[in-house]
Every structure is written in C-alpha cells, then in structure tokens.
Design a protein around this ligand. Structure first.
Ligand code: ZN
Length: 343
C-alpha cells in the first residue's frame, strides 16, 4: 500500500492533474480565437525575419503546471504549422513589460502530451519560425541535493541526456550537421534569470546539471542513487533534447528547473502527502511566471549578436557537400537553418 500511495504522490508531483492545472490556464474569455498564420493552406507558417529595430521576441516553454502566462496582455492563441508536424499546442502571443512574448505549453493545455510524445522539433521550429531569438524553458523537476529542497529553482547549465525515444535533431541523411553542445545554455539568458530571481525574491541556484530521463515512469531507487553519484543536481524528462534542438536552431536557450520533490533517493522523504506536493507545484508555477516577468526587462535590449555564439551555431556545422544535399530536407530547414542556407 505504501508503495502504491507513494507512486500516486510522485505522479502528481510532476504531472499536474488536469483539474489543478486548469487553475493556471489563461482564461478562455480573454484569449482571441485561434487564427492560423500559415502562408497558404497546407504549407507551413512562413518564417518571420526580424528587421533592425524590431522589438525582441522571447519564447517561453512552460512545463507541468504552467499552461498560461500571468501578466501577458493582448493575448492571442495562434496555430503555427511546421515541417516537423504540429507543436504541442497553439502559441500564445502577447506583450509583457513592453516586450513581445510567445508562450507554448510544452505538454499542451490540459497536459495531453507525455514527455516521450512531445514534438520537440516542432516546438523549437515553431518558436524560431515566429521570430523568437531567445527561449526560456520553465519546468518541474526532482532534486538530488539536500540543499535544493522543494520550492528551490535551479538555473541549469549542463545536461546528461538519457532519453532514447525522441527525434533529437533537425539534421539527417541529405544534410548532416554537427553543432557544439559543450555549453548547451546561453549565459546571457542565465544572467538575466539569476538577476530576475533575486528581484522576485526566489531562491535559485545558478548552475547545475539536469539529468534528462525518458520517463514517463519516475526513476527506480537504483537509478536515482546512480544519478546522484554522478553529481547531478536535478532530474526531469524534457529539457535535454530541447536544449540541443534550440542550439541547432541558433536560438539562445536557458532552463529553469523548479524543484517539486526529492527524487526517490532521499530516505526521509519517501512518504509525502498529496496536498503538500500539489501546493509546491502550484506555488512553483506561480513563481515561475513571476521569474519570467522579472527577466523580461533584462532581455529587452538584445545585443546584435549573442557573445556566446548561440545565434551562429551553424556557421561551420554543415558537413554534407552542397551537391549531395537533399532538396526536400533543405526546404524543411527554412526556419532552423535559413540564415546559413539562404546566402
Ligand atoms: Zn546566447
């Protein structure tokens, strides 16, 4: 019984129940009806090319518990079509603190897509396609560290990718590319999030390693102890393929992992009551939105180029000889690699 009870509790921790999740959804009344912005029927949405002087457009990927964005004005949900299939949901366009923001609920409104089934390529492509230059990921996670209790945030800077059932690259036969993933997140965005956490009064650790597991089941205790012995800080099911795809798409990407519970390694935290777990999840979701809102002011004045080179990641990455490239694949790369392919 104790085991069964624990399983239920843990599931609740990282997968927001639809009933509770609905609390955080943007009110249907305020959202305008979905409007496709495809260039023509049956084609994918035309890539948006930012002009000099255009305001920065910030993409936000919301994880479990975050299905809308508090404070977002002029909200409009829009369908965006990509060559990689449908994103998790329509994208929510709006303004926040003077900046343009595009929000995408990673699991869809109502939490319909499991971590293995999220179309990560479509999500990243869609954000790039509509003109986002930076992407902030906000998601729930488990903790491997005593000093990172529930309610703590980690501004992740490294990943260990243990996923195996996902499409993790935009490139394949006909157009091979190898980008660097040595430093998979953007330090400029990390700086903004660190400062925003201070401003918002949120306890956040700068830096940390995120173990990305396939799921949907949570770790066995042996796995949990193994990952802890590797020095990982937090565990989740979504961020690693996302960060790598963002790099391929030349987007600046940063991840905030919000601790919901200690993973099952902790001897004193094996039995947690559902109410407290749900409370942490909802409290984190609220704090996560506050963090994004506070970060916007540090991201409004985007430098011409990312000092870390996120926006030029494909510069020397395309390997396939021009005469051997697959025209069909090149067409699908119009948003992701348009900068290097169309010159
Ligand atoms: Zn960057």
């Amino acid at each position: 019984m104790a085991q069964a009870k624990k399983k239920t509790v843990k599931k609740a921790a990282k997968q927001a129940p639809a009933k509770k999740a609905a609390v955080k959804q943007a009110p249907a009344k305020k959202a305008a009806p979905a409007k496709a912005i495809s260039a023509k029927s049956g084609a994918w949405t035309k890539p948006y090319i930012a002009k000099p002087g255009d305001p920065v457009r910030i993409g936000v990927l919301g994880g479990s518990g975050i299905y809308g964005m508090a404070g977002l004005t002029q909200q409009k949900w829009r369908k965006v079509s990509t060559p990689w299939g449908d994103p998790s949901d329509e994208l929510l366009f709006g303004k926040l603190d003077g900046a343009e923001l595009v929000f995408l609920p990673r699991h869809g409104r109502g939490h319909v897509h499991s971590p293995s089934e999220v179309n990560y390529r479509a999500n990243i492509d869609a954000l790039k396609r509509v003109g986002c230059s930076e992407v902030i990921s906000v998601s729930a996670c488990g903790s491997f560290k005593e000093h990172l209790p529930p309610g703590t945030f980690v501004i992740v800077d490294q990943f260990i990718d243990r996923t195996f059932m996902r499409q993790k690259s935009f490139f394949s036969t006909g157009m091979v590319a190898h980008v660097s993933a040595a430093h998979p997140v953007c330090h400029r965005l990390g700086d903004a999030l660190e400062q925003a956490a201070k401003d918002a009064g949120i306890t956040a650790q700068r830096g940390g390693t995120y173990l990305c597991m396939e799921g949907p089941q949570f770790s066995t205790q042996a796995e949990s102890l193994l990952y802890k012995s590797w020095g990982c800080d937090v565990i989740g099911m979504t961020n690693a393929p996302e960060a790598k795809l963002a790099r391929e798409a030349e987007l600046c990407y940063a991840s905030v992992a919000m601790v919901t519970d200690f993973d099952c390694w902790h001897p004193d935290h094996e039995h947690v009551d559902v109410a407290s777990v749900i409370r942490v999840l909802l409290d984190n979701a609220s704090k996560g939105q506050s963090l994004v809102a506070h970060a916007v002011k540090y991201l409004k004045d985007r430098p011409a180029h990312c000092h870390q080179g996120c926006d030029t990641a494909l510069e020397n990455a395309l390997i396939t000889a021009p005469e051997k490239r697959d025209p069909k694949l090149l067409k699908k790369l119009d948003a992701v690699a348009g900068r290097v392919l169309n010159r």
